[in-house]
Design a protein around this ligand. Structure first.
Ligand SMILES: CC(C)(COP(=O)(O)OP(=O)(O)OC[C@H]1O[C@@H](n2cnc3c(N)ncnc32)[C@H](O)[C@@H]1OP(=O)(O)O)[C@@H](O)C(=O)NCCC(=O)NCCS
Length: 180
């Protein structure tokens, strides 16, 4: 994202190294990773992640494109979202989102994703966007449903949602051959 997305409450933009303290405030919090694989980030990991994201080319494939979600008035990063882009010619992107617990329950994640999804479809020429989480992560799949995504796969370990660019109900991923 050369520029940024902005509304009255939020700015969505690429990360910068100066985001470290805000980013680590929630990415280093075990509560945020309760339903996610992997450990909370260390300061070194967060520093490396932000540097890599700041240097990432907009056209990079086989790559995670992460974006900071900043409170427009306070200029504080309260969460992030992003999309995994598989190698071409795949036209499916897998989105994810994590927000600081102090800013849950205010509609920020929904607002940010509602702005980000049309941007991602357009910018990365995607036909389908998917998202996956643990079945116990109702805050996450609840958000996916509020975004109009449809549940296309259920397993003991995960549920997967999808949204077609047209907004039409997508067929299950397996039969569509759209495994990200
Ligand atoms: C998943 C996650 C981003 C959802 O955050 P969230 O704040 O619950 O989601 P939303 O932005 O949609 O906010 C919805 C809530 O805000 C409330 N709300 C308050 N003001 C609002 C407004 N102006 N607009 C919309 N909703 C508003 C809604 O009523 C709703 O509350 P409820 O959940 O009690 O019904 C968050 O739980 C999170 O970061 N979890 C940890 C990381 C994680 O597991 N990520 C998923 C990886 S797959």
């Amino acid at each position: 994202m050369g520029g940024f997305l902005q509304n009255e409450r939020l700015t969505i933009r690429r990360f910068a190294p100066g985001d470290l303290a805000d980013f680590l405030a929630y990415q280093g919090d075990p509560a945020v990773r309760r339903h996610l694989p992997g450990e909370p980030m260390t300061s070194a990991q967060a520093t490396g992640y932000l540097a890599a994201q700041a240097a990432l080319d907009d056209g990079a494939r086989d790559a995670w494109h992460g974006f900071a979600v900043e409170l427009a008035d306070e200029k504080r990063v309260i969460g992030d979202l992003g999309v995994w882009l598989p190698a071409r010619p795949a036209k499916t992107g897998d989105v994810g989102f994590q927000f600081h617990p102090g800013f849950h329950g205010r509609g920020y994640a929904r607002e940010a994703m509602q702005a980000f999804l049309p941007y991602a479809f357009e910018t990365f020429a995607l036909k389908t966007v998917t998202a996956t989480c643990h079945p116990a992560n109702s805050a996450s799949w609840g958000l996916m449903e509020r975004l109009g995504m449809h549940r296309v796969e259920e397993a003991e370990t995960h549920v997967r949602y999808a949204l077609a660019r047209s907004g039409a109900r997508p067929v299950p991923l397996r039969s569509a051959g759209l495994q990200p």
